[in-house]
Ligand binder design. Structure first.
Ligand SMILES: Cc1cc2nc3c(=O)[nH]c(=O)nc-3n(C[C@H](O)[C@H](O)[C@H](O)COP(=O)(O)O)c2cc1C
Length: 398
């Protein structure tokens, strides 16, 4: 089985080309996978077969889910924000299928993974060729759809900042640094940005009519300004007596439906939200002298969305979610470590999502954008959702 030299990878400053490069790598692994059953029948689990199985496992266990997360958490949400007319209709038609494919391919992979693990270890010498064929076909059709419709749409609609945001998110997901190391010029640019925002103003006439577009613009600017933990937000909930509590979580998705984070449904916030779904989110980006306040009602994400995000997380985080009954008392750290070890022994590197773990999406009714101004004479623009779904903006006093 010949292995071609990998094509040179494009940089993350061209994120759509990186996604295409991932597809090419997936196609190579699928070719190898589809050749493997015949090779095993002729030669058994020889060195070549074991190495091929190891390479396939490595790719689909370690890299493929990152690629899916790029699409689910960054590419599609931003496309949903910017697509209008025919593009929005295409996205509505294709988006659910793309997510369903990810889910189905993940399930199909679990079946193949088990068999490939045996081949990789030399303890099995057969692979279900029909299952490998179905998996490969689903993946190939899926990638063809994305290349025909989604990638060209992103290239056409994304502005420079949105492309940069996508590339940076993809890099961060892979634990890689910025495109180029910070140079004095970059440092100056950030300082200039801060200075600029020190004098920034916010006027109802300047903001987008849709608060999600406005949020996206500010979020991108927060990323570009490299603010500390841009996706950290406070979530406030109330208990059965109406007493408030708040805590920080990380926003993982935002789109026209709302703002999503992931957590334990049995935690304190989970139980409070089950009894009273009203909540408030707060972002504070001091470097830009900005805060965003978001209020509304909270719903659970679908099991499919929660599964997709859960399986994009590193395996240790997945095990930690299983091992921790979040917010419940525990006698000692040692006992907690023991729960983790038990989960690891039970599930190894394929922990399933517990039913009590998943996403919450806050569907906003009110969003306020706050821009700090001199002498505490700040700008505040509030969006309020009307009964017909439209948003009305107004200025309120500092
Ligand atoms: C920066 C930061 C990010 C966090 N992200 C999350 C998160 O995404 N999900 C989560 O459940 N907890 C997260 N936490 C922990 C929460 O603040 C909190 O301790 C936990 O969710 C339990 O809250 P509860 O007992 O009110 O339910 C984060 C904490 C910090 C400081």
């Amino acid at each position: 089985m010949p292995h071609d030299l990998p094509a040179a990878a494009p940089g993350f400053d061209q994120p759509i080309a990186v996604l295409k490069h991932c597809h090419d790598r997936i196609r190579k692994q699928l070719d190898t996978l589809q050749r493997l059953p015949a090779h095993l029948a002729a030669h058994g689990a020889d060195d070549q077969a074991r190495q091929a199985a190891q390479a396939i496992i490595k790719y689909f266990e370690k890299a493929a889910h990152l690629h899916h997360a790029d699409e689910e958490e960054n590419l599609l949400p931003v496309l949903r924000l910017v697509a209008t007319g025919e593009d929005a209709a295409t996205l509505d038609a294709l988006g659910p299928g793309i997510l369903a494919d990810h889910e189905a391919m993940h399930a199909m992979w679990q079946h193949l993974h088990e068999q490939l693990t045996g081949v990789a270890a030399g303890s099995a010498d057969a692979l279900d060729g029909a299952a490998a064929g179905r998996f490969a076909q689903r993946y190939r059709d899926h990638m063809a759809t994305e290349e025909a419709h989604i990638a060209p749409m992103a290239k056409r609609l994304f502005n420079e900042a949105q492309m940069q945001q996508l590339g940076e998110a993809m890099q961060a997901r892979r634990g890689l640094g910025p495109v180029s190391p910070p140079s004095p010029a970059t440092g100056d640019a950030v300082a200039a940005l801060r200075k600029d925002y020190g004098q920034a103003t916010l006027d109802a006439a300047d903001v987008a009519a849709d608060p999600f577009i406005q949020f996206n613009a500010w979020f991108e600017q927060a990323l570009a300004a490299q603010v500390n933990e841009p996706n950290a937000m406070s979530v406030a909930t109330v208990d059965s007596e109406g007493k408030p509590t708040s805590r920080i979580v990380l926003i993982k998705q935002y789109d026209g439906r709302g703002f999503t984070w992931y957590t334990n449904y049995d935690s304190q916030k989970g139980r409070q939200l089950a009894a009273n779904p009203h909540a408030a989110l707060l972002f504070f980006w001091p470097e830009l002298e900005r805060q965003i306040r978001i209020e509304g009602t909270v719903e659970r994400t679908s099991a499919q969305e929660s599964d997709t995000y859960f399986h994009s997380r590193p395996v240790k985080s997945r095990l930690a979610a299983i091992a921790s009954a979040q917010s419940a008392p525990i006698a000692s750290r040692a006992q907690l470590e023991q729960h983790f070890a038990q989960a690891e022994a039970q599930y190894g590197d394929a922990p399933p999502r517990p039913e009590y773990w998943g996403g919450f999406r806050l569907v906003p009714a009110r969003i306020e954008f706050w821009q700090g101004r001199r002498s505490r004479f700040h700008d505040r623009i509030v969006y309020t959702r009307q009964a017909d779904g439209n948003w009305v903006t107004e200025r309120i006093q500092p």
